[in-house]
Design a protein around this ligand. Structure first.
Ligand SMILES: Nc1nc2c(ncn2[C@@H]2O[C@H](COP(=O)(O)OP(=O)(O)OP(=O)(O)O)[C@@H](O)[C@H]2O)c(=O)[nH]1
Ligand SMILES: [Mg+2]
Length: 191
């Protein structure tokens, strides 16, 4: 039994957690990915296809896919969905006109079978911009409180300074911590 325990535990702990970073073009997805990786702002151009990087936070390994958000690319987002544990939805908080499109995309994703078990982190990005929407306003507009079948969390951030990004990652790692505790609990019952 001890061997099975060790095997299951190591399987879970060494597991790579798949994350997709989505949102409309110009939202700041690529800037966020490279802030996570290098703690600096990189020069970006619109992503055609995707970027993928491994990000390690407190011994937790995330495989993060940053997917291009231009209109012509959105229909292929679903090719990235299988085995996704976390969706990071990046919102440009100054882009009021297109928040309705973000909302449509969000609910389309949540209805997708391959994302049934995914948790959603929403970054209200570009909080440095004058007149931007607050995370609370975005939350109300996106009717996040109506989402009952996926764990979700909204975090305001500024990808240029990195402010708020760590808090978002902490929410993700804390969810994994909860799952680990649950696994420990069931393994304990078995032994
Ligand atoms: N002011 C401000 N600008 C930002 C912020 N985050 C990103 N940007 C800028 O927004 C622009 C678009 O950023 P990207 O990271 O390329 O956007 P993207 O979401 O990857 O866009 P696509 O690849 O086309 O889907 C760049 O000029 C960034 O420097 C932010 O927090 N504040
Ligand atoms: Mg990009």
């Amino acid at each position: 039994m001890g061997l099975i325990f060790a095997k299951l535990w190591s399987l879970f702990c060494n597991q790579e957690h798949k994350v997709i970073i989505v949102g409309l073009d110009n939202a700041g997805k690529t800037t966020i990915l490279y802030q996570f990786l290098m703690n600096e702002v990189v020069h970006t151009s619109p992503t055609i296809g995707s970027n993928v990087e491994e990000i390690v936070v407190k011994n937790t390994h995330f495989l993060m896919w940053d997917i291009g958000g231009q209109e012509s690319l959105r229909s292929s987002w679903n090719t990235y969905y299988s085995n996704t544990e976390f969706i990071i939805l990046v919102v440009d908080s100054i882009d009021r006109e297109r928040l309705s499109i973000t909302k449509e995309e969000l609910y389309r994703m949540l209805a997708h079978e391959d994302l049934r078990k995914a948790a959603v982190l929403i970054f209200a990005n570009k909080q440095d911009m004058k007149g931007c929407m607050t995370a609370a306003e975005i939350s109300t507009y996106l009717t996040l409180s109506s989402i009952k079948d996926h764990p979700w969390h909204i975090q305001s951030c500024c990808a240029l300074t990195g402010e708020g990004l760590c808090q978002g990652l902490e929410w993700m790692t804390s969810r994994i911590g909860e799952q680990r505790n649950l696994l420990l609990f069931y393994l304990d019952l078995l032994t």
